[in-house]
Design a protein around this ligand. Structure first.
Ligand SMILES: NC(=O)c1ccc[n+]([C@@H]2O[C@H](COP(=O)([O-])OP(=O)(O)OC[C@H]3O[C@@H](n4cnc5c(N)ncnc54)[C@H](OP(=O)(O)O)[C@@H]3O)[C@@H](O)[C@H]2O)c1
Length: 293
């Protein structure tokens, strides 16, 4: 599919820099690590020399090397170097990663640390229990769970975080997450629900953008223009909800004049079961996360 051209400035352009002194590590160098790490680098909040990242292959490490970040294939080196370590591997590789750490003769850390798990479906308790089985991690550590979403890659992420409010690392981890968007505190009982909304939500909204654009194309709008109009309209509507303080229903009413074209379209959407469709989708996604967890 042709890429949708955009003229919108990145949210990273507006970012203010807050200096973070911690050394930050990533185990796993893929999309999510890139999104979070890029926020730190672009804002210059964490110096490249204070970041380390590991992955088994070189596939994703070139991106980091270019930015002056220390890279390694050795996960133990990340834990030795950093005091905040993001666990950014797919959940199914977590146990394998832990087995590797258990065998790492070079790993002996006694400093206080924080592990930030971004793995879908893993609870704070289960991650903590598994990390406790690594003999080389000898100091106190806390575990924070963060569920980011993919718009973090453009500084527009919506993350949720489960942490001990009095934890020594809580505020700095929130600060790191806010470098790539917003970050809300939630109780862990809401994790699957929030995963279904803000974690999976971008996929649903891309479908809405695609559907709106198809509607435009059917009416004769060129494809590229149609995507741009749909995406900017989505982004603008979100901003209106955030910044006007108005209920989304009120904002919808303001676009619908009596007997007009918009209310005619709204009626068609209601007939198609749009609201129930989204509610069902979220319930199904949360249910699936529960099963996978
Ligand atoms: N994508 C999302 O929308 C989203 C949203 C919320 C949370 N998450 C969570 O974020 C995590 C990362 O997802 P992603 O999309 O960034 O995945 P990804 O792009 O596939 O990246 C996974 C990374 O883990 C590395 N890895 C695999 N086994 C490893 C091991 N034993 N030790 C160290 N690194 C290892 C991979 O290495 P190679 O580079 O060598 O392949 C790769 O760099 C997942 O747990 C996912 O559940 C994702």
């Amino acid at each position: 599919m042709k890429q949708v051209p955009t003229q919108a400035p990145s949210e990273f352009d507006n970012m203010t820099s807050t200096k973070i002194q911690n050394k930050v590590g990533f185990i796993g160098a893929g999309n999510m690590a890139k999104a979070i790490g890029n926020g730190m680098l672009v804002s210059e909040s964490v110096k490249a020399e204070n970041i380390i990242i590991s992955a088994p292959s070189d596939r994703n490490l070139a991106f980091w090397k270019e930015k002056g970040v220390r890279t390694t294939h050795d996960n133990a080196e990340v834990i030795t170097f950093a005091d905040i370590v993001f666990i950014a591997v797919k959940p199914q590789y977590f146990e394998g990663m832990i087995d590797g750490l258990k065998k790492a003769s070079t790993l002996t850390v006694t400093k206080p640390m924080c592990f930030v798990s971004i793995m879908v479906g893993r609870t704070v308790k289960s991650v903590t229990e598994v990390l406790k089985t690594v003999p080389g991690i000898l100091g106190e550590f806390e575990v924070i769970k963060v569920m980011p979403n993919t718009p973090s890659m453009v500084g527009m992420g919506c993350s949720v975080m489960v942490s001990d409010k009095n934890g020594a690392f809580t505020s700095v981890v929130r600060q790191i997450m806010e470098l790539c968007g917003v970050c809300e505190d939630i109780p862990e009982s809401l994790m699957n629900a929030c995963g279904a909304l803000s974690g999976s939500g971008p996929a649903y909204l891309y479908m809405v953008i695609e559907a709106l654009a198809d509607g435009g194309v059917k009416l004769g709008i060129p494809r590229d223009l149609s995507y741009r109009l749909a995406a900017q309209t989505m982004s603008g509507a979100g901003k209106m909800v955030m910044e006007s303080g108005k209920h989304p229903g009120v904002l919808k009413d303001e676009v619908c004049s009596p007997g007009g074209s918009t209310i005619t379209g709204v009626h068609e959407l209601e007939k198609s079961g749009l609201r129930a469709g989204f509610m069902n989708a979220l319930a199904a996604a949360a249910n699936r996360s529960e099963q996978l967890g």
